[in-house]
Every structure is written in C-alpha cells, then in structure tokens.
Design a binder for this molecule. Structure first.
Ligand SMILES: Nc1ncnc2c1ncn2[C@@H]1O[C@H](COP(=O)(O)OP(=O)(O)OP(=O)(O)O)[C@@H](O)[C@H]1O
Ligand SMILES: [Mg+2]
Length: 310
C-alpha cells in the first residue's frame, strides 16, 4: 500500500474565459472542478499505474464532501480526518486570448488541537499497513510549523518509507525527522538557503549535506531542465525529452509519484530516475494536474538522459 497525505486539500477550480478583465463582469466559458491538493495529485498518478493507494488528509464541509465523493466516483480508496471548517477552493482563471493565468488560493480551514491529534492517529494506523507514506503540500492554519516532523517520526516508527514534498518552514522544520525522500524545486531550495541565485555547486553542497544527515533520496527538480538526484550519496543529473509543455503545475507531484512507483517496485536506480522524469514530462503536456498518459510515459522513458555526476 502507498498512502498519500494532503493536509490542505482543495477543490481546484479552473475557469476558462476568452478574456479576463479587472473591474468588469467576466463570464466563464468553460469550468473544471477537480479534487486537488498535492497529495491527491500524487494519488491520481499512482492510480493510473494501478498501485494500491489510500488517499488521506483533512477534509471539511461541503467542499470536503465534493472532494471525497469525486474520489469515490473514480474508485479511489480514501481515509480522511473530517474537520469542522470548510476545505478550500483554489481558483485558476485562464484567459485564452492573452494566454494569461491568474490564481486565487483560499487559506483553507484552521485545524483544531483535537483534529491534529486525530491526524496523528490516522498516520499511525495507515503507516502500519503502508510501505510508502507520501506527505505533500503546505500546512493548514492551526498546525505547528514542525507538523510534518511529528508525522514523519510516527510513520518511520512503523517502518514505512517517508516522502516529503513541501516548502518554507514546513520543510526546514521537518528535516531533523530525516524523511527517506525529499523533492524541493529550485525556488524552494533558494528559499531554504536564503539565496536569490543558485549555482550547481550550491545545489550539490546542500544535497551532500542532506545525504550525510541520512536522507536517502533527494531530488531537486528544475522544471524543463530536469532534475538533480542524490541517491544514497551518489548524484545524478537527469534531463527530460524536449516537449511542448502546456501545464507545468503538478509536474513535481508526478515526479514524486514516479519515484514512489520505482521505489515501491524496487526498480534499479537509473530506471527509477528515467521513469519518474518521463512521468513528470508526460504530466507537463496534460492540462489537468495529476493526469498522465501511460503511452506518453512509455514513449518518453528512453528519451530521458541520466548521467552520474562525478
Ligand atoms: N517544460 C518541461 N519539459 C519537460 N519536463 C518538464 C517540464 N516542466 C517540468 N518538467 C518535469 O517535471 C519535473 C518537476 O517540475 P518542477 O521542477 O517544475 O516541479 P514543481 O515546481 O515542484 O511542480 P509542482 O509543485 O507544481 O508539482 C521536472 O524535474 C521535469 O522532469
Ligand atoms: Mg512542487
């Protein structure tokens, strides 16, 4: 079993308009409502590959009901902690004429002390039956900044491999719990290091430091440039095929899912890297986050270059 945890789930609403104008009445031409949040995007990719997945996290109110009912209608197994306040909506407004994208993200619910205690129990229960526990996304209000550190320790105590994809303090305050896998992107790494620019040397230094701390797999994703990967201290550079991306949002989630699949299936390391980079590139050519075509992934796998960094 692989479990994904999304602490700040969302309904991802996409509004397509021929033209979006401020200070005017805007009518929506086409609308898409998806259960979202980064762990849910990971679940979608895992489900595409028929892996046994449980989707968990916090859900609340009518939006929470929408999220769970959508997952059920797609045959997803879920096991959420219900919260008192409403799960959030994230709005993406796409102006087709000017090719401009505007995002409006709600803050989401404030989690109570009781609800947080319920989540720790849920993670204890799910990690006892999961080989991999994937923690993705930002922390909702009400949780301590080291919330992931608590959950990672619980999951590790039960013998699960832990994956963490988050940013800011949620990331920096959780590294002492030594997750098995982390995947910052370049911006998240700049933020962590407090730098405006990153050299390759900076990236390799921090990867080596994290590896020496005991983090087994470190992926620094670099958008269309691919990724640097440190795997038990051995570093690789991976480059995706040259494709025409239509939506880079959620490519990182696809990369996490791809690595989890490779690790769950115990593929050789280079195959794990090729597969996950192919999955993330396949995600870049889909409009919906969490959507990948198995045929595109198969096509891309042999087009990914992986080189060890000496
Ligand atoms: N334009 C692109 N062409 C090919 N591959 C891409 C492109 N954009 C992203 N990818 C693939 O997706 C991976 C993850 O992308 P990125 O670094 O943008 O993740 P991210 O910022 O964490 O994304 P998100 O958090 O929205 O899921 C990259 O390492 C790369 O393999
Ligand atoms: Mg990301």
């Amino acid at each position: 079993m692989i479990t994904t945890i999304t602490l700040n789930t969302a309904i991802d609403k996409t509004y397509y308009l021929s033209r979006f104008a401020l200070n005017k009445l805007n009518r929506v031409d086409k609308q898409l409502d998806e259960p979202g949040g980064k762990g849910i995007n990971v679940s979608k990719v895992l489900d595409t590959y028929n892996l046994p997945v449980t989707t968990s996290g916090f859900v609340g109110g009518y939006n929470g009901k929408f999220i769970t009912s959508q997952l059920e209608s797609r045959g997803f197994h879920h096991d959420f902690v219900q919260v008192n306040e409403e799960s959030r909506c994230c709005l993406n407004i796409i102006d087709d004429e000017n090719l401009v994208q505007t995002e409006i993200v709600e803050a989401g619910p404030t989690i109570s002390q009781n609800e947080w205690e319920e989540m720790k129990k849920k993670v204890a229960k799910l990690s006892a039956v999961s080989q991999c526990m994937i923690f993705s996304g930002s922390l909702p209000k009400g949780l301590p900044s080291d919330a992931y550190s608590h959950l990672l320790r619980i999951a590790k105590g039960n013998g699960a491999k832990t994956f963490l994809d988050t940013s800011g303090e949620a990331l920096s305050h959780s590294l002492d719990a030594i997750p098995f896998f982390i995947k910052p992107n370049e911006d998240e790494l700049k933020n962590y290091l407090g730098k405006d620019q990153l050299t390759e040397k900076d990236v390799f230094q921090v990867m080596d430091a994290w590896s020496q701390k005991g983090i087994s797999v470190i992926v620094v994703s670099r958008g269309e440039k691919g990724a640097f990967i440190s795997y038990n201290g051995v570093k690789f550079a991976a480059a995706p095929p040259d494709i025409k991306a239509v939506n880079p949002v959620g490519c990182g989630d696809a990369l996490v899912a791809g690595m989890a699949i490779g690790i769950y299936k115990q593929l050789p390391i280079e195959d794990q890297i090729k597969f996950s980079i192919a999955v993330s590139a396949a995600a870049a050519i889909e409009t919906r986050a969490g959507s990948v075509s198995v045929d595109n992934v198969s096509r891309f796998v042999d087009m990914v270059s992986v080189k060890e960094i000496i």
